[in-house]
Ligand binder design. Structure first.
Ligand code: SF4
Length: 262
């Protein structure tokens, strides 16, 4: 994709500006794919393998074209805004960035969300036996021509998918929210929407959905109480702490998702 094509794509009126800044990146389940520039660019860059015509440029060559076009576009924007892309960060500026990175990395919410992701991985590892047993029962039933005794099987899969999707996403969005607070201009007018609140809201939604999903898994595997309950407690503590640190996050209006008619 060349620069002109990229510009044309970005100007299409159906796209909701900035919608991809406050989403969970789960495009497969997103109702806004047709209104998202990020998704459209992804579709242009990454055709399904079976969709690549013989003789068409390899995937990475196509992505390189978009990379080049993006750089050209960035240069145009920087020229207009009077930003010199050849100037390195001044040492004191670089120092501020490093200090902020460390502060965010060491924040208790960053620790808690990293730990949550690790605990989820641990649960999935120990639950392999459970899933194998579950699959065996279904296979045996199918072989015997018996009706499926577990109509909630797809609901269970959905719940597991939700837990898996958000396990790292929560951490990523919390880090972005924490960093957003540090990078905020000191003169931000009162009541102005804060980017940090938007990121915190996405993290909170991920936590809400994960809590609901864990409950569904627990109902399906009640003997997993000792493993699932601590995960729920962990999530709920993180949720409360996030709401305490970002009291206006829930009220943040995400482009598209929270707008009437979006
Ligand atoms: S807004 Fe939807 S389609 Fe766009 S990047 Fe986010 S999840 Fe994907």
């Amino acid at each position: 994709m060349d620069k002109e094509r990229l510009k044309k794509l970005a100007e299409r009126p159906e796209f909701i500006p900035g919608i991809y800044n406050y989403c969970d990146r789960w495009c497969e389940r997103c109702p806004f794919t047709a209104r998202c520039l990020n998704y459209a660019m992804g579709q242009e860059d990454v055709p399904a393998p079976q969709g690549r015509a013989p003789g068409q440029a390899p995937l990475w060559d196509q992505m390189k074209e978009t990379f080049d076009a993006t750089l050209e576009l960035l240069q145009d924007l920087a020229d207009k805004a009077g930003i010199d892309l050849d100037t390195m960060l001044a040492p004191d500026e670089a120092h501020v960035h490093t200090r902020r990175d460390a502060e965010v990395h060491d924040h208790r919410l960053a620790h808690a969300s990293r730990m949550y992701a690790a605990r989820v991985d641990g649960w999935f590892t120990q639950a392999r036996r459970l899933f194998a047993q579950h699959r065996r029962v279904h296979a045996a039933q199918a072989e015997l021509g018996l009706p499926d005794e577990d109509p909630e099987s797809s609901a269970l899969q959905d719940a597991l998918d939700v837990v898996q999707w958000y396990r790292n996403q929560i951490h990523v969005k919390l880090m972005r929210a924490l960093r957003g607070v540090l990078d905020e201009p000191p003169d931000l007018p009162a009541g102005f929407p804060r980017d940090a609140d938007g990121s915190a809201k996405v993290a909170l939604i991920g936590m809400d959905r994960s809590i609901a999903a864990w409950c569904a898994v627990w109902l399906r595997f009640p003997d997993q109480e000792d493993e699932i309950l601590p995960l729920l407690v962990h999530l709920e503590r993180m949720r409360r702490e996030t709401e305490r640190l970002f009291p206006r996050a829930r009220a943040f209006v995400r482009p598209g998702f929270d707008e009437a008619g979006g």
